[in-house]
Design a protein. Structure first.
Length: 597
């Protein structure tokens, strides 16, 4: 059906130049160049969440490299064009380096600085023609077709644009695009689910450089003259306005914004000062009232509606237990040896040691601020311990990045749920189910069919997982529109999508009612029966006492007790650590849900 809808669009695109005079087709040709730039900026900023104010420089590098290589080095247009796109991609790689260290507005400042450095270079370098620019670029040869005609050049542009748009849409809908969106929503959680964040950031900037370079080359072939004013900061902000107004999270929105503002710019050419002011005002209004741009409005409305609807008929189906499986290996799954962690002057952990045998459910309890979550953060690779070692099945994994640990079988949930709010429940699971490496991105160009097949297989697995966790009814909802208990279930399902051997649950019962705690306990037992080793931080002592094989008690960053639940609960030092509230640590805790005991 969707493909059929493309036919009238294609016919309209073919017929468009027939109704346009020379000036109008020129405006359309420039709008297409900006649309390509918009796609690049949409991918890096909207999809991957990397603030990039250097897009105008990628555009300029493509155009200038093409101009210099043709007029100064005497290369043919297409050879120069191919090299120019490669140069823009290489610069994209270089611009990605700061993104590995800084994010958000800091990254904005760095990339803006790089754009200014480029503008400065082209304005002051004789090889780049200084403020005069470079003129007399050769006409791109095309099997005898005269591309000096902007009507004919339009057809070249529209083909490049169509391929560029199709590729961008394909990437966004694919596992790679999903990972990028997950990274944009919450890079920590994405890393914990196996997404290689540094490589993903580099990939986003490379794509941005690719589209910037392509736009630059087309611009060079169209105008056959390059000068600094085209690649100014003012035009960078115009480009930003295009993407923000259109909707940066939607590639089609970016294209629509770029085309609309390019045309509007021509209409308002005589009022350019007021026009700039107008764009600025509209951008501010959009950021405040519709941050997802015009393209995001229907989704915003749908989300609002589905929030009401899913709230009305929210029915969580029962969890279907996994098939029991023997624990493999049988040795120690996790060993923490003398781990200390300091944050500046604060000692969060001091010489903490514990050993978790494979197949155990280990409870980690302690008063607030005793270092439980810090311990999880070290085991899952978020923090590197100041001292001590962490062994996973005997291998030292201290300092190993979270995404690598995730691939080695460590999954975790978070105390304050870290679901990807802009992704659906199904997509949340799909991110975790995808175990491919980002380095396989070349497949997107060379083997797109393999990518489609891989995605289909992932979707089948996601459907089974949704069914097993009773979440099918919520598959297409956004997690934040769902009740808290369901969100907790989704987070466990998402962690299990990694097929972990070690599962770290950080206060999974927080915010759950008694019935939900009962279901949680059943689920955790079933996960253990399926061969997963579990470490659980919990304040609900009824749950801890009934569920855990062994309990480690932390206080002030130190292990003060370790043993069977019933034994540690009555130790005086443990009672004291809990401010003299022994009832919380005993089996007789009346606050503990009946079901969890
Ligand atoms: N990134 C950080 N920077 C500075 N201090 C930190 C950081 N992370 C944790 N801390 C400090 O380390 C100590 C232990 O915190 P942690 O979150 O591990 O405790 P917790 O036992 O999990 O507490 P709760 O039960 O309240 O979640 C606290 O004093 C906390 O403020």
């Amino acid at each position: 059906m969707r493909r059929l809808a493309l036919i009238p669009l294609a016919v309209a695109a073919v017929l468009l130049p027939y109704g346009l005079d020379r000036y109008a087709i020129h405006v359309v040709d420039v709008a297409i160049v900006f649309a390509l730039l918009g796609i690049g900026l949409g991918l890096v900023m909207g999809v991957a969440g990397q603030v990039n104010l250097a897009q105008i420089a990628f555009f300029g590098i493509g155009a200038y490299a093409c101009a210099i290589l043709t007029t100064r080095a005497g290369l043919g247009f297409w050879v120069a064009a191919a090299l120019a796109v490669l140069v823009a991609v290489a610069v994209g790689l270089v611009v990605a380096i700061p993104a590995l260290r800084v994010q958000s507005h800091y990254l904005g400042i760095v990339t803006l600085g790089l754009a200014l450095a480029f503008i400065n270079w082209i304005t002051n370098t004789p090889e780049a023609g200084g403020s005069e620019g470079i003129s007399d670029l050769p006409v791109p040869p095309m099997f005898g077709i005269d591309l000096t005609s902007e009507h004919l050049f339009y057809y070249l542009e529209i083909v490049v644009f169509a391929i560029g748009l199709a590729f961008a849409l394909f990437v966004v809908a694919s596992p790679l695009g999903r990972r990028m969106r997950a990274m944009r929503d919450d890079s920590l959680a994405a890393g914990a689910l196996g997404a290689d964040i540094p490589l993903l950031r580099v990939t986003a900037f490379v794509l941005s450089g690719l589209y910037g370079g392509l736009a630059g080359v087309l611009y060079a072939g169209l105008i056959r003259y390059v000068a600094p004013e085209t690649f100014s900061v003012a035009n960078m902000f115009l480009l930003l306005a295009m993407v923000i107004i259109g909707g940066r999270q939607s590639i089609l929105g970016c294209v629509a914004g770029a085309v609309a503002l390019s045309l509007l710019r021509e209409v308002l050419a005589d009022f350019s000062v007021y026009a700039q002011l107008g764009y600025g005002t509209v951008v501010v209004l959009m950021v405040v009232f519709a941050p997802t741009g015009l393209a995001g409005l229907p989704r915003l409305l749908r989300a609002r509606l589905s929030r009401h609807r899913s709230g009305e008929r929210a029915e969580l189906r029962p969890f279907t237990p996994d098939d029991p499986a023997p624990v493999q290996g049988g040795g120690d799954m996790l060993e923490v040896r003398g781990v200390s962690m300091r944050f500046k002057g604060l000692r969060a952990l001091e010489e903490v040691s514990l050993t978790v045998p494979a197949g155990q459910i280990r409870g980690v309890v302690g008063p607030n601020g005793s270092g439980k979550t810090t311990l999880f953060n070290i085991v899952s690779g978020f923090y590197v311990a100041t001292a001590g070692r962490v062994l996973l099945e005997g291998d030292d994994v201290g300092g190993v990045a979270p995404y690598r640990l995730a691939r080695r079988g460590v999954a975790r949930t978070f105390q304050n749920l870290r679901l990807f709010g802009d992704l659906t429940v199904r997509e949340n699971l799909l991110v975790a189910l995808d175990h491919t490496r980002t380095a396989w991105t070349w497949r997107y160009v060379a083997l797109p069919h393999a990518v489609v097949r891989h995605d289909r297989a992932l979707r089948d697995q996601a459907a089974r997982l949704l069914d097993r966790y009773g979440l099918t009814a919520f598959a297409d909802a956004q997690p934040r529109s769902l009740p808290y208990g369901i969100q907790r279930r989704i987070e466990i399902a998402r962690a299990m999508a990694l097929s972990p051997r070690l599962l770290l649950l950080d206060e999974p019962a927080a915010g759950l009612n008694g019935e939900e705690v009962l279901r949680l306990a059943e689920m955790v037992r079933s996960l253990r029966a399926s061969g997963v080793t579990i470490v659980i931080i919990e304040h609900n002592m009824g749950l801890v006492m009934s569920l855990c094989d062994q309990v480690t008690v932390l206080s002030g960053g130190r292990v003060i007790a370790d043993g069977l639940p019933g034994e540690v609960a009555v130790l005086p030092e443990v009672v004291e650590a809990y401010l003299g509230e022994p009832a919380y640590l005993s089996d007789d805790n009346e606050d503990a849900p009946e079901a969890a005991r």
